[in-house]
Design a protein around this ligand. Sequence first.
Ligand SMILES: [Mg+2]
Length: 157
Amino acid sequence: MLIIFDKDDTLVHSLDGRPANTLDEQVLIDGVVERCAQLRAEGHTLAIASNQGGAAFGYFSVADAHALVAQVAKAIGAQHYAVCVCHPHGSVPGAARESEYRKPNPGMLLYLMDALGFGAGDTIYVGDRDDDREAANRAGVRFAWAQEFFAQENLPG
Ligand SMILES: [Mg+2]
């Protein structure tokens, strides 16, 4: 099974209602590392799909956006990750636009499925927001709420 995770408020804590903007600010949610290690031991492939629209507003650079997601991918043993730095209301040229990769669009999920060789029936997306659930719906894959996913021993059927 391919298990794709959202990052913010799924794997790492937000701070006062905003996502972590620096590597030092990123703190993994309790239990995430252990559960992900268990999933890998069971033979599952892990990945992350993360909107990083803050780069489109200049809150951090595109390189920083990738470093933030890469740090968490390494921590959970994810095989791959996808990032979208676009935001339609952003101000940074090039990134200030809508994208098929920006959730709730399904582009990142479809890319990871193709990159890692999994079909829709063998993929689960885990997230904390309605945009995450909608992205899963548009990609045709199962969705699990992060809190429920990490509270349960078994994968959602
Ligand atoms: Mg989130």
